[in-house]
Design a protein around this ligand. Structure first.
Ligand code: HEM
Length: 180
């Protein structure tokens, strides 16, 4: 069995958005202050808020649909996979939320795509801003590490185990039946 088209679309959309937010975040922080830098901060915040929305849709989807059963594997690997997937879901929410909290505490409101003003989650507070900034960095780095582990495991299945696991999340109609 493979994942449904909705699950596949959400998976790859989020993969692209997360890699883009990680790269842009790492790049923008080291720029010296300029209109360009502020523009990148806005883009980064919009991408992050989009990830938050996609994560909510994806979690709802996941809670109401079954994932295809995993192929046979040693128990520690199944446990590692479940733990990584669970922590990825946690990070999908924690990464954008700490960014949003940081921006709020700094007193910089997020205006989604420059059109929709989002509520500040907390009042301006420099001490809290520092804490949320550090949490944002720690959590997004952890998210990066989880993504790397997730990709390494996918590649191991593809090229070492050769069990076709990757096909289940690939767009296209090639492999077995689709879950609804
Ligand atoms: C999954 C979503 C997100 C990812 C992966 C992500 C990733 C990152 C990364 C890697 C950095 C650089 C950290 C460093 O090395 O200093 C960063 C910085 C930042 N992020 Fe995010 N971010 C996300 C969502 C958000 C959201 C939703 C907001 C605000 C609404 C936000 C606001 C910021 C700000 C303001 C900074 C700059 C911090 C500073 O000035 O030091 N981020 N982010």
């Amino acid at each position: 069995l493979r994942y449904s088209r909705t699950a596949i679309a959400l998976h790859w959309l989020m993969a692209v958005m997360i890699l883009a937010s990680l790269s842009l975040g790492l790049y923008m922080v080291d720029l010296s202050i300029s209109p360009q830098k502020l523009k990148y901060y806005s883009w980064h915040k919009w991408a992050g808020v989009t990830i938050f929305v996609l994560a909510a849709v994806r979690l709802l989807w996941r809670l109401t649909h079954r994932a295809p059963t995993m192929p046979a594997m040693p128990r520690w690997q199944a446990l590692a996979a479940h733990t990584t997937h669970f922590l990825l879901y946690v990070a999908f929410f924690a990464a954008p939320l700490t960014g949003w909290l940081f921006s709020s505490a700094k007193g910089f409101q997020t205006v989604y795509f420059g059109v929709i003003p989002l509520p500040d989650l907390i009042d301006k507070n420099d001490a809290l801003a520092e804490i949320f900034k550090q949490s944002h960095v720690a959590i997004t780095y952890a998210l990066g590490a989880l993504v790397a582990l997730h990709i390494a495991a996918a590649l191991k299945h593809q090229f070492i185990n050769k069990d076709g696991l990757l096909l289940r999340i690939m767009p296209g109609r090639k492999s077995p039946k689709t879950l609804t």
